[in-house]
Write a protein that binds this ligand. Structure first.
Ligand code: URA
Ligand code: SF4
Length: 209
């Protein structure tokens, strides 16, 4: 099976992890992408945010949520009262998965990662969870929710509630799931989706001790 496991150094700090992740060959996604996009932000933040995978901009720049979805996320966090300096932001999958559709020019079109790829990349997410040791984890969308809660996770059913994180119960970490910020960009009813995102993030803010 594909797995990042042999590439993840034990007990490493964030910079050593990031360097190791740059050389990850745990699944085929590293072949086409420009670079590994590891998590960024406050490695001791109280809020750990998990997206799906880097997008086109993130793949080029090497940092998570620096494109249009990141703008939505930053605004929503501010509105929910979560300080950017209190957050560490990462993705369930660390390489950009895309296809090039010739009829659409050279544009690289985002493709959702498979469960196999998400599972392969999970050791990096686990290492980030151990390192950051957050008070609350926010799963942004279905891929992050499934990576953290299992494949039966459904955003529509489980969003906006404080959920226990399997395997982390005794540390008291909890999880709030919400929609992916890029859903706000695609929707017809942007205002309603955005308001829902902010309301779910407020639940995460309330979980802070
Ligand atoms: N979407 C994500 O899920 N993650 C990013 O980093 C950017 C867009
Ligand atoms: Fe490794 Fe994850 Fe990239 Fe696959 S997507 S090569 S597991 S870092």
């Amino acid at each position: 099976a594909y797995t990042a496991e042999p590439f993840v150094p034990e007990g490493a700090g964030v910079e050593v992890l990031r360097e190791a992740a740059a050389g990850c060959r745990g699944c085929p996604l590293h072949r086409e992408a420009t670079q590994t996009v590891f998590g960024a932000g406050n490695a001791h933040g109280r809020v750990l945010l998990v997206g799906e995978q880097p997008g086109d901009q993130e793949d080029r720049q090497g940092a998570p949520f620096v494109g249009p979805a990141g703008k939505v996320l930053t605004r929503a966090l501010h509105e929910a009262g979560i300080e950017p300096g209190d957050t560490y932001v990462t993705n369930a999958v660390k390489h950009f998965k895309f296809e090039v559709v010739p009829e659409r020019g050279k544009r690289r079109i985002h493709k959702s990662p498979s469960l196999r790829e998400t599972a392969a990349c999970k050791p990096w997410l686990e290492a980030e969870l151990r390192l950051v040791d957050p008070e609350v984890i926010v799963a942004l969308g279905a891929t992050a929710g499934k990576a953290l809660l299992g494949s039966s996770f459904r955003v529509t059913k489980q969003r906006g509630a404080l959920l226990p994180l399997p395997g982390h119960e005794e540390r008291g970490e909890c999880l709030v799931a919400t929609i992916h910020p890029s859903a706000v960009l695609r929707a017809d009813d942007r205002e309603a989706l955005y308001a829902g995102l902010v309301s779910d993030l407020r639940m995460a803010a309330r979980a802070l001790r």
